[in-house]
Design a protein around this ligand. Structure first.
Ligand code: ZN
Length: 240
C-alpha cells in the first residue's frame, strides 16, 4: 500500500474513534489481518494514531481484536515487525494489548512494578527502535498504582521494603523526590505521572534514542491510564 492508501486507512480509523460510525468500522474490519503488514504504521504519528484509535475502541467497547488468528500467527512465524513499544506496570488491570486493542506481533511490551526501569529494561525498550525501526515508544502509568503507592510510603517513612522490592523503590526515587519538591494534593497520582514523564524524558534524550527522536523516526510518549474509564491520557511527547 502506498503512503496515500495508508493515510486513507488511518483517516478511517480516526473517524471511527471520533464518530463510532458502523460503516467505517466495517471498512476497517475488511482489511485482512493476514496482510496487516501492508498498512504498517511506519511513522511515529501513524503508530500513535493506531494505538489511540485502539484505545477508543477499548473505551467504547467497539473492539476489533485485530491480528489474533492462525493466519496472522503463520505470517509472523519467521519475522516480526511491531509498530510500537509499550512500557507499562505489572498491574493486572493494565495489559497494553487489551487497552490498545492490538494483536499478535503489534507491540513489544515491557512491564515492571510502577514501570520502573534499569539497564535491562531500558535495553529491552530500545531494542525495537534501534534494530527494527519501531517508530513509537509509550511509557504508560496508571491510576491507583500499588507500586507507586508502596514506593511513596517506603520513601516517605524511610522504611525499606523487603528483598528485591526495594530495588523498585529506589528506581522510583527520582519521581518521589520531584513530587515532594513540587508539592501535590494527590501525591500518589502526581508521583505516578511524574514517573512516566521522567522515564519518557530520559528515553527521549538518551544517547542511542535521541538521534532517532531528533530525526523524527521515533516518538516517545508518556501517558496515563484511567482504571475508571479505560482511557489513555497523553501527558507529553505526542507526535504531530
Ligand atoms: Zn501499577
Amino acid at each position: 500500500m502506498d503512503g496515500m492508501g495508508r493515510r486513507t486507512l488511518l483517516t478511517g480509523a480516526v473517524s471511527l474513534a471520533l464518530g463510532g460510525c458502523a460503516t467505517t468500522e466495517t471498512t476497517l474490519r475488511a482489511v485482512p489481518v493476514s496482510t496487516a503488514s501492508q498498512a504498517y504504521p511506519d511513522s511515529p504519528k501513524s503508530a500513535f494514531d493506531r494505538l489511540m484509535t485502539g484505545n477508543r475502541r477499548w473505551v467504547t467497547g467497539a473492539l476489533q481484536h485485530p491480528d489474533r488468528d492462525p493466519t496472522r500467527r503463520e505470517l509472523l512465524a519467521a519475522k516480526q515487525q511491531p509498530y510500537g513499544v509499550v512500557l507499562a506496570c505489572i498491574d493486572s488491570r493494565v495489559p497494553p494489548e487489551l487497552v490498545f486493542d492490538t494483536g499478535l506481533g503489534d507491540l513489544f511490551v515491557m512491564r515492571t512494578g510502577g514501570q520502573a526501569v534499569g539497564p535491562v529494561v531500558t535495553g529491552s525498550v530500545e531494542y525495537g527502535p534501534m534494530t527494527g525501526g519501531t517508530p513509537l515508544i509509550v511509557v504508560l502509568g496508571h491510576q491507583r498504582c500499588g507500586a507507586i503507592e508502596a514506593a511513596y510510603k517506603a520513601l516517605k517513612d524511610a522504611k525499606p521494603l523487603p528483598g528485591n522490592l526495594q530495588a523498585i523503590v529506589e528506581a522510583l526515587r527520582p519521581a518521589y523526590e520531584q513530587t515532594v519538591n513540587e508539592g501535590s494534593a494527590d501525591p500518589i497520582e502526581t508521583m505516578a505521572k511524574t514517573q512516566v514523564k521522567l522515564t519518557a524524558d530520559a528515553l527521549r534524550g538518551n544517547r542511542d534514542l535521541a538521534p532517532l527522536v531528533n530525526g523524527k523516526k521515533l516518538a516517545v510518549v508518556s501517558a496515563f491510564y484511567s482504571l475508571d474509564t479505560g482511557e489513555v491520557e497523553v501527558l507529553n511527547g505526542a507526535p504531530s
